[in-house]
Design a protein around this ligand. Structure first.
Ligand code: FE2
Ligand code: FE2
Length: 460
């Protein structure tokens, strides 16, 4: 059987209704082969055709006789090279780590992981290539764009009235001033790129960021710093603007954009592959991956804009700050109830995690500089002296560690949690000021970056 043609490269196995609906609507023009019964599943396994390479297989929980663990294992054996993606609901009582051990490449839990799953769909489209009608768009935040800039990607806007994307700048074209003014007026979450061009887009942004961080750039010092601050502020404003109609999906996409751009920029600057580092330290199998990579990007961007510490140190400290906490679902911050709710050995693990990071990294044959070790060791210290592990007094806590703590808390407050309101970065700063964990001096610098005229004036 010519599987590739038959399945048009996408195969689904036992998806539940929600997963199936999502796939068929998001990938409307991709033809799929759905295995939705035990019989079809057995037939699939017996299919001994020579050409049984299927790059992408989406699996769910709905087969009767085969548990997702068994599906993962058998499909991995049959298709050793495929990317095997599980789409599950929150009600399924399955361990992500076990699924991955059994062969799953990635596991998404709906509805929480919807935006991450959407990015997976972007990759599907990338892989399948340019079938007609298959373009997927990703919201982006333009970075310090100038008239006459030549863009290495297409830029589109969305017209809600027509429910349509319109290409306004073609790849290789120069951007005109009027267009930029228009983007600036409307751009927050309103400019889109073809998801197949994300690499070009990230490269372009990383170049821009490198220029803004380069003391030898053609710009004057003042202009350079101002632009850097504006770019960072705009990114944070889009990541979550705190208003009721804020689009969470857009925020997540722009957060991902920031992570990729910062990682790319720092890779250029330091020669360190952030992707490899994080994989080596955390394994892509851990939930903590997302937390670490967000905190890393936030801390590094804040460092650039406030000139506290070195952006690369903050980025690495962000990646590894909770490396000794693997297995904990979240790094809950702040609040003592969580610590008290833990069993004795868990509590010890939690309270020791800042001090344990270096040792854990050593077991993975990774070393970090003493500066980074110190930032990590102090990331739960508090300005009021009530932090851990050492309950340091305010004067002893280095500003870099405070910046990392701010990033940790911005990330924490920005998450969805049942019964709580998500806070924008600026709202998070208010909450941090109230909880007394950070010195007013450091908070002032961060607030100054995040707040501007444009934050005060009304935005639609
Ligand atoms: Fe932590
Ligand atoms: Fe954390």
């Amino acid at each position: 059987m010519a599987s590739v043609e038959k399945y048009n490269r996408v195969l689904t196995i036992g998806l539940d209704t929600e997963g199936l609906n999502l796939m068929t609507s998001e990938l409307a023009n991709v033809s799929m082969y759905h295995v939705d019964t035990d019989d079809k599943f057995e037939a699939l396994l017996e299919d001994e055709s020579e050409e049984n390479f299927i790059p992408l297989i989406f699996c769910g929980p709905k087969l009767n006789q085969f548990s997702p663990y068994e599906v993962a294992q058998t499909i991995r054996n049959t298709y050793p090279q495929s990317r095997i993606i599980f789409i599950l609901g929150t009600t399924e009582d399955l361990k992500i780590s076990t699924l991955k051990k059994n062969g799953a490449s990635e596991v998404f839990i709906l509805p929480n992981d919807k935006s991450l799953l959407n990015m997976e769909f972007d990759d599907v489209v990338k892989l399948i290539g340019s079938a007609p009608g298959l373009t997927r768009y990703r919201a982006v935040q333009l970075f310090d764009i100038e008239p006459e800039d030549e863009l290495p990607f297409d830029l589109s806007v969305f017209l809600p009235m027509n429910n349509k994307y319109i290409k306004v700048v073609k790849s290789g074209d120069k951007v005109r001033r009027q267009q930029i003014d228009k983007f600036k007026e409307k751009q927050v979450g309103r400019v889109f790129i073809d998801s197949r061009q994300t690499d070009q887009f990230y490269d372009y942004c990383a170049e821009k960021l490198a220029d803004l961080n380069d003391p030898n750039s053609a710009m004057s010092e003042t202009e350079r710093k101002q632009k850097l601050q504006t770019s960072v502020r705009d990114l944070f404003a889009t990541i979550h603007d705190g208003s009721d109609n804020a689009d969470f999906e857009v925020g997540r996409q722009v957060m991902k954009q920031s992570e990729s751009v910062v990682a790319k920029f720092l890779e250029k600057k330091t020669g360190i592959s952030f992707h490899k580092q994080i994989e080596a330290a955390l394994g892509s199998t851990e939930d903590s991956y997302t937390h670490a990579s967000s905190v890393s990007a936030i801390a590094s961007l804040l460092s650039m804009a406030t000139e506290i510490g070195k952006p690369e140190d903050l980025a690495l400290a962000g990646l590894f700050h909770d490396v000794a906490l693997l297995g904990f679902k979240h790094d809950p911050y702040p609040g003592d109830e969580f610590v008290e709710s833990l069993e004795a050995d868990e509590r010890k693990k939690y309270l020791d995690h800042p001090m344990d990071a270096q040792r854990v990294l050593k077991t993975k044959k990774m070393t970090i500089t003493p500066e980074i070790v110190k930032i990590i060791e102090q990331h739960h210290e508090r300005n009021d002296g009530k932090g851990f592990p050492q309950a340091l007094s305010a004067a002893k806590i280095i500003p870099e560690a405070q910046l990392l703590s701010i990033a940790d808390q911005i990330e924490y407050y920005g998450q969805f949690r049942p019964g709580e309101q998500r806070l924008s970065p600026l709202q998070a700063i208010d909450a941090i000021e109230k909880n007394g964990s950070i010195s007013l001096e450091v908070l002032f610098k961060v607030r100054k970056v995040l707040k501007s005229e444009s934050n005060i004036s009304t935005r639609d």
